[in-house]
Design a protein around this ligand. Structure first.
Ligand code: ZN
Length: 149
């Protein structure tokens, strides 16, 4: 498909179409990998949140004082959360891949929900146009290329 001659609107329509399609059919192996990961999350942790001292340290090391999306300063009730750039529901095998994780605020995490990455970029482009160019550095390009091959 040649994307170069398409208008922005045509590209957005395409993203919409692709993003809404559930194109990963999970295998038995995917599920068994996922169960392993899921177990790992809860080792030494508070079972309810799945947060460990290691994950708390990781969050501190990988975040600024402000959320990279909405630019609001993190505070107690709107704290830092670890988000999966490519959502766990569609990419369970990437749920413990550190390249797939980043720190954003709770509100942004909820807004993002199960959006696929490019759906999400489109959403940011419309909702937070000032943040858009800075956010492109977070693109999980390697993971997306890995998936294609
Ligand atoms: Zn935010």
């Amino acid at each position: 498909m040649n994307l170069e001659n398409k208008t922005l609107k045509e590209l957005f329509d395409l993203v919409d179409k692709i993003g809404k399609k559930r194109y990963n059919r999970l295998t038995e192996q995917d599920f068994s990998n996922y169960k392993q990961y899921d177990h790992w999350r809860y080792i030494n942790s508070n079972f309810g949140t799945g947060s460990t001292q290691e994950s708390k340290d990781w969050v501190t090391d990988h975040s600024d004082s402000h959320c990279p999306i909405c630019n609001i300063r993190y505070h107690k009730d709107n704290g830092r959360t670890i988000d999966h750039k490519l959502p766990r529901s569609k990419y369970p095998w990437l749920s413990m891949e550190f390249k797939n994780l980043w720190v954003i605020c709770r509100d942004c995490n909820q807004e993002k929900g199960e959006m696929d990455w490019y759906e999400y970029e489109r959403y940011i482009f419309i909702r937070y146009p000032k943040s858009y160019s800075d956010l492109r550095i977070y693109r999980p390009i390697q993971l997306i290329q890995l998936k294609k091959s």
